[in-house]
Design a protein around this ligand. Structure first.
Ligand code: CMP
Length: 133
């Protein structure tokens, strides 16, 4: 089933010059990149983007990290895009993510975990609206 999803290359990965390597993995897998944008989240945009976590104890750290530098947002299309992208991204804690996944191969962080990807159609719609507004 052809689907679209969104991912964000986070500030840690952009500053480590990993953007190209990450985009290449999705292209190599067969996904088509439909939109691509480099920008820095404003505080308001970040709070809206991560609104689902607003009552969590880590919300402040999350917003402060995602606004700390440039990110690269992409909308991408392909078969089973949402679930397949999540598999390619790997576990949230990079230090536990499987080798072969993006977090497993490129990082050790938790808040600074390289990449974000939408986890549902609903979050894709919300997140792509915020990132490409
Ligand atoms: P991400 O996929 O961007 O979705 C929400 C982010 O919140 C997640 O990656 C982590 O970076 C961060 N996160 C989730 N749970 C925690 C936690 N318990 N402590 C700190 N950060 C967290």
């Amino acid at each position: 089933m052809t689907e679209q999803t969104l991912f964000i290359v986070k500030p840690d990965a952009v500053s480590r010059n990993l953007t190209g390597k990450i985009l290449a993995r999705f292209e190599r897998k067969g996904f088509k990149i439909l939109k691509l944008k480099m920008f820095t989240f404003t505080q308001e945009q970040a709070e809206n983007f991560y609104g689902v976590h607003k009552d969590k104890p880590f919300f402040g750290d999350l917003v402060s990290f995602i606004t700390s530098g440039s990110v690269v947002a992409a909308v991408m299309q392909g078969n089973n895009a949402i679930a397949t992208t999540r598999i390619m991204v790997g576990a949230t804690k990079s230090f536990e993510a499987a080798p072969g996944s993006i977090r497993g191969d490129f990082g050790l962080g938790f808040t600074d975990n390289i990449i974000h990807a939408s986890d549902s159609q609903e979050s894709f719609e919300h997140e792509s609206r915020v990132a490409f507004e």
